[in-house]
Design a protein around this ligand. Structure first.
Ligand code: NAD
Length: 256
């Protein structure tokens, strides 16, 4: 059980971040939800999660593209025992055409935010002699695809930074690992299915198998619950010596 532990999950109002937040709350952790908005719904999500699992859940707004807001998130939360760096965005374009502001935003949100939150969270973890840092990287932290220059660079960067974090934290009760999902059925991905069906004139099953999961040998999406379960495992005692590594949840993609 994670009772008495506080987890901060960045970008946790939807998709994988939400799945991880639910898994940690269900295991008894107090949770801090985060995104860059500050809506009624954001706070309602926190209240609902708290009521469902009988843990403390708060929502703290912080824009992960801004270094000082990354660090302020950790401070406002009062530090954390479990830090999940999950916030991320995507943009697809040829290198020659890749908009500079998109490049900068992806590097900031998908990579540099993990540096800032980790820097702010580590001293408190060292004081307690316990901590778990879980970076949500991607199969694109280990493999490349054309037109995803910024995303692939940022995710490879996160995998490298995870290893450095693990080395510096070794022997202090603090582990750092990266989860590398293949395609996960998040609302974002679900929303692309109807368009792809039209474009390719295929039914739902065929477009998923042949277009979307072209590189995922299992021909099945991973789920946000499965990523949550993987993150939860990294918080258990069984995972104490797992540090500085990547865990692929990709249906075999990176075995190829
Ligand atoms: P999503 O769009 O459903 O969720 C992204 C979350 O990040 C949202 O809560 C959003 O509000 C938040 N966010 C975006 N910009 C932010 C900012 N500037 N500051 C704070 N929060 C911000 O996407 P997802 O599919 O759940 O992706 C989550 C993470 O998992 C990302 O890092 C993504 O790269 C990674 N990932 C996703 C897949 C996939 O197939 N869905 C695969 C591999 C890795």
């Amino acid at each position: 059980t994670l009772s008495g532990r506080r987890a901060i999950v960045t970008g946790s109002t939807s998709g994988i971040g939400h799945g991880v937040a639910v898994a940690l709350a269900a295991a008894g952790a107090d949770v801090v939800l985060n995104s860059f908005t500050d809506t009624e719904d954001d706070h309602k999500q926190a209240a609902d999660l708290a009521a469902q699992y009988g843990v403390s859940v708060t929502y703290i707004k912080a824009d992960m593209s801004k270094p000082e807001e990354c660090r302020a998130l950790i401070e406002k939360a009062g530090g954390c025992d479990i830090l999940v760096n999950n916030a991320g965005i995507q943009h697809v374009a040829k290198i020659e055409d890749f908009p500079v502001e998109k490049w900068n935003a992806i590097i900031a949100i998908n990579m540099s935010s993990a540096f800032h939150t980790t820097a702010a969270a580590l001293p408190g973890m060292y004081d307690k002699g316990w901590g778990r840092i879980i970076n949500i990287a991607s199969a694109h932290g280990l493999r490349a695809s054309p037109y995803k220059g910024a995303y692939v660079a940022a995710k490879h960067g996160v995998v490298g930074f995870t290893k450095v974090t693990a080395l510096e934290a070794a022997g202090k009760g603090v582990t750092a690992n990266a989860i590398c999902p293949g395609y996960v059925l998040t609302p974002l991905v679900e929303a692309q299915i109807p368009d792809q069906m039209k474009t390719h004139d295929m039914d739902r099953e065929t477009v998923i198998r042949e277009v979307m999961l072209d590189r995922q040998p299992s021909k099945e999406f991973a789920t946000t619950e499965e990523i949550g379960g993987t993150a939860l495992f990294l918080c258990t005692d069984a995972a104490k010596q797992i540090t500085g590594t990547t865990i692929s949840v990709d249906g075999g993609w990176t075995a190829m």
